[in-house]
Design a protein around this ligand. Structure first.
Ligand code: HPA
Length: 234
């Protein structure tokens, strides 16, 4: 066991999907995996292991924001030997070419997070980068599945409610969408030399003030979950 994950050794797969929401972790495990075992319920940050197309996969809820995902990602890699981590979540569209229901594959992540800024000290701006093999695989599968998807830079921000951040300017520089976890995940994957990728559905468009209904959210999430699982087990 580790500080925040109460799982016996060997009960977590080498490949883990990381939704923020514990109930979404449960939904993913119950609807997409077989032979499901729940290995964690500390803080209701549920973690499940099951089988997808013959391969062992885990789903671990991370909570929202970089401090929270950093705890789970660190313990998964350091204490449970997890090799591949795929964040499967939602994001808010920023760039004009991004539409509701599209999928964003986070090639890189821009951030205002002190976690990234402080790791190497003043003057060094570390570039959190997604794993190329996972990215290429996800893009291939998304293309074959006829999904509308984008590959590029995302904003991983520290505050959901932040009036001081000029998201429009970031969109002008090609930043596709905003979310709150990917930079820390990529930083830690680099530290532990593991593979990580953020795969996200556009649930809202912040510039155009558009939002998916609860029902639409579910259907589009299903496509993203399938894409993440197929990428994870390819
Ligand atoms: N901001 C940050 N994360 C998000 C958003 C947002 O607007 N929408 C979905 N995840």
């Amino acid at each position: 066991m580790s500080t925040h994950i109460d799982a016996p050794a060997g009960s977590i797969a080498e490949t883990v999907l990381l939704p923020g929401d514990p109930l979404r972790a449960q939904y993913m495990a119950e609807n997409f995996l077989t032979e499901v075992v729940r290995y964690n319920e500390v803080r209701a940050a549920y973690g499940f292991t099951g089988i997808y197309r013959g391969q062992k996969v885990s789903v671990q809820a991370t909570g929202m924001g970089m401090p929270s995902i950093a705890i789970y990602a660190t313990e998964l890699m350091r204490d449970y030997g997890v090799m591949r981590l795929l964040r499967t979540g939602t994001c808010g569209g920023l760039a004009p070419e991004v539409n509701l229901r599209d999928i964003v594959l986070a090639q890189a992540a821009t951030t205002d997070s002190s976690m990234i800024l402080n790791t190497f000290g003043p003057g060094v701006s570390f570039a959190p980068t997604g794993d190329f093999d996972l990215l290429r695989m996800a893009a291939q599968i998304a293309a074959k599945s006829d999904l509308n998807f984008h590959v590029g830079n995302v904003l991983g921000e520290d505050q959901f409610y932040n009036d001081n951040l000029d998201r429009g300017k970031l969109a002008d520089y090609g930043v596709l969408a905003t979310e709150m976890e990917v930079p820390a995940l990529y930083l830690l994957a680099a530290k532990y030399r593991r593979q990580a990728l953020g795969i996200m559905t556009v649930s809202d468009h912040l510039v155009r003030d558009e939002h998916l209904s609860a029902k639409e959210r579910q259907t589009t999430l299903n496509q993203m979950i399938e894409l993440s699982l197929q990428t994870a087990t390819a």
